[in-house]
Design a protein around this ligand. Structure first.
Ligand SMILES: *Cc1c(COP(=O)(O)O)cnc(C)c1O
Length: 373
């Protein structure tokens, strides 16, 4: 960066104890890292086909069954490549012919684009809305997958997870919502995510909670003879997941951190506790922005404001790039907005692992910097 950045030192008494406010990868709890270090000699560098790793994957699957209070017949699938890989896997193994996509930011748009290029599918129906809002699904007779996004991380917009009246699987990108927002499993068929957001782990893995109808769809497409690359084959992922394995080698650190975070959430009261904490966190950040003469929540409708990723617009006299850079120099990192949104904005991750006291300290630190810019 060529522009000069003012040399503002935030007093240590104002600073948060932990300065990680990214929207993903997000803060990894130091206690989880310590547990990993303790477990490392018997775990890291051991075979994922043996009990040590398989038991942990089993814990992830049963822990998520508890966390989401899954009805009988739902199953937890895992594979490598993160949510982005699941979009391609869905194009091969979940969409029969045509999908409908609600497009309201970078991630929901990317899924629609991935499907649009699949030669074996009909052109997807894409319903878009202005950035900072969300569209609603429209029941359609020829649609067999409705693609929803519980939290659009790029714009900080959340939408309800609810079945449209109609046939078709409800397939929800919950990458930044799972583990941080309440959800009713009766309202979805696939609820998928990566572990580096609310689960405070590392990336590289995808997890998909699947309803009986979704499992049937996976079996039916597999039996239909459609050509599917094995790495993206959800039937192979299903068969491996049932054995507490993945098709190829997973990142063992990611599996460990994910399992510890699920256990940590369950010990504290599960999803209700995690969602309550995120709401409290969000109340602090949006409350600060509404009271500040320099800031305004980007999402106008308070019901659509994300409880996990707050997007906050700044007045023209405060340069968001300079603000984030000064914060970074003071150890407060990753408050930069989504790069392609192109607004004078900051974005703040308010995940279950982020302490409310640290968010209060963040807002005080921001006020301190703004007064001196
Ligand atoms: C981060 C994110 C993704 C991409 O996750 P990867 O693990 O990088 O593939 C997809 N969708 C949403 C909503 C996200 O927040």
């Amino acid at each position: 960066m060529s522009e000069s950045v003012p040399d503002i030192v935030i007093p240590s008494g104002l600073l948060p104890a932990d300065g990680r406010f990214g929207s993903g990868p997000s803060k990894v709890r130091p206690e989880a890292v310590s547990r990993l270090v303790d477990a490392a000699p018997g775990y890291l560098g051991t075979s994922h086909r043996q009990r040590g790793v398989k038991d942990l994957i089993g814990k992830v699957r049963s822990g998520l069954t508890d966390l989401f209070d899954l009805p009988a017949g739902y199953e937890v699938l895992l594979g490598n490549g993160g949510a982005t890989a699941l979009w391609d896997a869905a194009a091969f193994g979940l969409i029969e012919r045509k999908s409908q996509h609600l497009s309201f930011g970078e991630f929901s748009e990317k899924f629609a684009r991935a499907v649009a290029s699949a030669p074996h599918l009909a052109a997807p129906q894409v319903i878009a809305s202005e950035l900072g809002t969300h569209p609603s699904p429209r029941p359609a007779g020829d649609v067999d997958v409705y693609a929803l996004t519980h939290n659009e991380t790029s714009t900080g917009v959340t939408m309800p997870v609810a079945r449209p009246n109609g046939e078709g699987l409800v397939v929800v990108d919950a990458t930044s919502a799972a583990g941080a927002m309440r959800v009713d499993p009766d309202e979805f068929d696939v609820y998928y995510f990566s572990p580096q957001k609310a689960f405070g782990a590392d990336g590289g893995l995808w997890v998909a909670v699947c309803s009986p109808a979704a499992l049937r769809r996976i079996e039916e497409i597999a039996a239909s003879g459609r050509a599917v690359p094995p790495f993206l084959d959800l039937k192979i992922a299903l068969d491996n997941s049932r054995l507490n394995q993945t098709y190829n080698t997973p990142a063992l650190v990611t599996v460990f951190l994910l399992a510890s975070q699920i256990e940590w959430m369950l010990e504290r009261g599960g999803l209700e506790w995690a969602a309550g904490r995120c709401e409290r966190n969000a109340g602090l950040v949006y409350g600060w922005a509404e009271a500040s003469p320099a800031a305004t929540p980007f999402v106008a409708d308070s019901r659509q404001r994300s409880p996990v990723t707050a997007t906050i617009d700044l007045v023209a006299s405060v340069d968001g790039k300079v603000l984030s850079t000064v914060l970074r120099a003071n150890g407060i990192v990753d408050t930069e907005p989504y790069r392609k949104l192109g607004r004078n904005q900051i974005r703040v991750g308010m995940w279950p692992a982020v302490e409310p006291e640290d968010l209060e300290a963040l807002t005080r630190s921001i006020d301190y910097v703004i007064e001196r810019l």
